[in-house]
Design a protein around this ligand. Sequence first.
Ligand code: DX5
Ligand code: ZN
Length: 217
Amino acid sequence: MIKIAPSILSADYVNLQRDIEKVDQGGADYLHIDIMDGSFVPALSYGPGWVKAIKPITGLVLDVHMMVINPERYVEDFAKAGADIIGVHVEATPHIHRALQMINNAGSKAEVVINPGTPVEQIKPVLHMVKQVLVMTVNPGFGGQKFLPETVSKISQLNQIKKQQNLDFDIEIDGGVNDKTVVEAYKAGATVAVAGSYIFDADDPVSRINALKQATK
Ligand code: DX5
Ligand code: ZN
């Protein structure tokens, strides 16, 4: 069964606590928080203040996805705010090793993220430093996009490396996840699925969490 990380990007911000409690009680494992800087991706979203505000109202693992240029400028702020996992894009900094080191030193779990156009080879040198790898299954920046099936072979590749080198990281997918697309990714080795619109655009978000779990039993 795959772990579920609802993305609050598609939640109702005016009723954020209500939506978070719904997925928390409904069997989610993580809460995915998308940080967008208006530069690495076009949109602006939220900063460490949101993580700090969310921390006391939920026991879910706070999974912070930084779509931010030179993320090392902010990783300590997110760690201090209560982020359990901090993900940084390999495309967003010439110093991915240092950024991951900073996350580990700050006491959060380090995650490296790759875009659909980035090969797994690019993150091989840092895989021993992370607890999670995020394979983007859409181009980052917006919710509600279509899952890109060509990303699945990268999940298999990572899963193979993980076994061969006896490494210990989760493989997360993000973008276009629903009860159909999750199946292929799960079979290839994905262990965590982010879902935004599929969960929060539904009348009953909990039924969608259950559908994702059912599909990966
Ligand atoms: C996209 C974000 C995702 C987004 C996914 O850049 O990283 O986390 O919320 O949305 P859906 O599940 O609707 O594709
Ligand atoms: Zn995300």
